[in-house]
Write a protein that binds this ligand. Structure first.
Ligand code: HEM
Length: 241
C-alpha cells in the first residue's frame, strides 16, 4: 500500500550506524525471509478466495468494487510494500534502485484499480441509496483511499530525495512519505476487515472463514508495517542525535 514505503526504505542513504538489516544476524535475516514468504502465500490465498466469491454470482457494481479493491488493495498494495523489503525472496537479488522502481510502479497500478473500485461503489450507492461514506466501512475506505493517493504522490519527492535535498532534507521527505503510508495501511486494513462484515461478504461466506480472513488481514498489515516503522524510528532517532 507504498503506500509507501511506505517509507521508501532507502537504507543506503542512512548513516552507517543506522543500517538496520545490514546489522541483522544471519539467523534473524533467515527468519524474516521465511515469515515474508509465508505472508506472500497468505496474501495470494486471501486474494484468490475473495476473487472466487466474486464469481459465485453475476457481477454487480458492488462485486466490481470488491474485485477491484481486492486486486488493487489486498494483493498489489501488499506486494508493492514487500518489494522494498530486503528479505523478499522475489526481489532480494534485485538492486535497491530497481526495487524502488518496481515498488512505485506496482503501487501506481494498484491506485488505478482502486480508482475503479471506488468509482463502481460510489456509482452504486448513488443509484441505490443516494448518500455516501456513512458506514464505518465507507468512512475508513475513503480515508484509506485519499491517504493512498497522497502517499503515491509524495512518493515522487521521496523517490528524488537526493536531488531535492537542498529544498527538503531526505529524512524529512521520507518520514512524511512513511507517515502517510502508515495511515493508509491502517485505514485500509480497517476498511478491508469491515468489508468482511458487509452483507455482500456474509452472504457468500461463513463466520469461521470471516475470522480466518480477519486474522490473515491483520497478519499482512502488521508485517507490512514492521520495517517502515523500524526505519521511521531510526530516522527520527538520527534526527534527534
Ligand atoms: C472484501 C473486501 C470488501 C468488501 C466485501 C466491500 C464491500 C462493500 C460494500 C457492500 C459497500 C456498500 C455498503 C457500505 O457503504 O458499507 C462498500 C462501500 C465502500 N467500500 Fe468496500 N468492500 C471491500 C473492501 C474495501 C476496501 C479495501 C476499501 C478501501 C480501502 C473499500 C472502500 C469502500 C468505500 C469508500 C465505500 C463507500 C462508498 C460510498 O459510500 O459511496 N472497500 N464496500
Amino acid at each position: 500500500m507504498d503506500i509507501s514505503t511506505f517509507p521508501l526504505p532507502d537504507l543506503n542513504n542512512l548513516p552507517r550506524n543506522a543500517k538496520i538489516s545490514a546489522n541483522q544476524p544471519p539467523l534473524l535475516q533467515d527468519v524474516v525471509e521465511h515469515i515474508t514468504t509465508v505472508i506472500h502465500v497468505l496474501n495470494v490465498c486471501l486474494t484468490i478466495y475473495v476473487l472466487y466469491l466474486c464469481f459465485l454470482s453475476p457481477f454487480s457494481l458492488v462485486t466490481w468494487h470488491v474485485f477491484l479493491y481486492t486486486l488493487g488493495w489486498t494483493l498489489l498494495m501488499t506486494e508493492g510494500i514487500l518489494t522494498v523489503i530486503k528479505e523478499n525472496i522475489f526481489t532480494k537479488r534485485i538492486q535497491q534502485p530497481v526495487r524502488v522502481h518496481i515498488h512505485w510502479a506496482t503501487l501506481l497500478l494498484a491506485t488505478e484499480l482502486i480508482i475503479g473500485g471506488l468509482g463502481t461503489i460510489v456509482w452504486n450507492r448513488s443509484r441505490v441509496i443516494g448518500s455516501h461514506f456513512l458506514t464505518e466501512h465507507g468512512i475508513s475506505g475513503i480515508v484509506a483511499t485519499v491517504c493512498a493517493f497522497i502517499t503515491v504522490l509524495n512518493g515522487i519527492p521521496a523517490l528524488y530525495s537526493v536531488q531535492l535535498r537542498k529544498i527538503i532534507p531526505p529524512t524529512i521527505n521520507k518520514l512524511f512519505h512513511a507517515f502517510f503510508g502508515f495511515a493508509t495501511v491502517v485505514a485500509g486494513a480497517y476498511a478491508t476487515i469491515t468489508g468482511y462484515y458487509t452483507g455482500w461478504f456474509r452472504n457468500r461466506s461463513s463466520d469461521t472463514v470471516i475470522i480466518v480472513c480477519f486474522i490473515v488481514t491483520v497478519a499482512l498489515t502488521v508485517w507490512c508495517m514492521v520495517r517502515p516503522l523500524v526505519n521511521g524510528f531510526t530516522r527520527i532517532r538520527n534526527l534527534c542525535n
